[in-house]
Design a protein around this ligand. Structure first.
Ligand code: BDR
Ligand code: CA
Length: 310
């Protein structure tokens, strides 16, 4: 059983990842959800997490709000890809249950310090601000953390927010650099792998056929992203980025990983947020960062459908 803190910025694809995590209580013990400003502002990402939690019927999982902006850079949301609310065209409501008391970085530091070393896994699907703040607050968490599984970065694929940077890293490159250079064991789902996992028409139709509240909401979210993909990129089937993180935690055999060194560009105005990934290592077995190169997309969607049907 994985004890998980899920740090996110919902966000259309974060919401789908949340549905997956909520549906797998026998595999993931969700200790806390922490939210951060990213795709939309901090108040909305926290509200959206609570709204998704209510649809999933998982009020038992506490949600803690976190950073309202990056460490140093000005906030820049991705509302163009997630809609004004952050949840595309999903019908909105005010969640019955509110947020838990406490700030995300304190909660992350507190939970990691109060559990045995290696016991807590972290999933990060937004800018890395909360985790970087927790590491600053309590540096001892670095050696007590279990795996940190993140969505962020790009190598072969180029960027999605600029020519050379992926959004989560670009939004707070200093936080990402703190996390990647900390020595924590990181598994990285970048665009190279998430662009292989697309909600094409057949996969989206299969979700439409599942009659649960989570499946109906997921179908709505995917259709929103698919329409943008069609209009902006001219492509069929938007990538589902953040669900790859939860899919990896539940079924790591669906992904191929490669040890690497990873550095984040934090200075150059042109390439800020770029992830420099180096595979040529003297001692690959000692690498602390594993970069995902390949995903079994059919396997990821089979898992998603199975979870949405529960
Ligand atoms: C990442 O950026 C966000 O817009 C998505 O939610 C995802 O986490 C993809 O680059
Ligand atoms: Ca996200």
């Amino acid at each position: 059983m994985t004890k998980l803190i899920f740090d996110c910025d919902p966000g259309v694809d974060d919401a789908v990842a949340l549905f997956m995590a909520f549906a797998a209580p026998q595999d993931l013990e969700l200790l806390a959800i922490t939210t951060v400003a990213g795709n939309v502002g901090a108040e909305l990402t926290a509200r959206n997490a609570a709204l998704i939690r209510q649809i999933a019927g998982r009020q038992d999982v506490p949600i803690y709000a976190g950073a309202s902006g990056p460490l140093y850079r000005p906030p820049f949301d991705a509302g163009a890809f997630h809609g004004e609310s952050g949840l595309g065209t999903l019908p909105l409501f005010e969640p019955e249950h509110g947020l838990a008391d406490g700030r995300a970085a304190d909660v992350i530091a507190g939970l990691v310090m109060s559990h045995p070393p290696g016991e807590i896994t972290l999933a990060v699907t937004g800018p890395f601000t909360n985790l970087a703040l927790a590491m600053r607050l309590e540096p001892a968490i670095i050696e007590r953390l279990g795996p940190v599984v993140v969505m962020g970065g790009a190598r072969r694929e180029g960027g999605n927010i600029t020519a050379s940077a992926e959004y989560n890293i670009w939004a707070d490159p200093h936080a990402a650099e703190i996390v990647f250079s900390s020595g924590a064991q990181c598994v990285v789902m970048g665009l190279d792998v998430t662009h292989q996992v697309r909600s094409d028409p057949a996969r989206t139709a299969a979700i439409a056929a599942i009659d649960t509240p989570a499946a109906r909401a997921t179908h709505n979210l995917l259709e929103f992203s698919n329409a943008l993909e069609r209009d902006i990129v001219g492509g069929t089937g938007a990538p589902i980025h953040d669900p790859c993180v939860i899919a990896y935690l539940l079924a790591p055999e669906l992904f191929t990983l490669r040890p690497c060194q990873l550095q984040v560009e934090t200075a150059s105005p042109l390439t800020v947020g770029h992830t420099a990934v180096e595979f040529r290592l003297r001692d690959p077995a000692a690498a602390r960062i594993l970069w995902a190169t390949h995903a079994d997309a059919d396997g990821v969607f089979a898992l998603l459908n199975d979870l949405l049907a529960r």
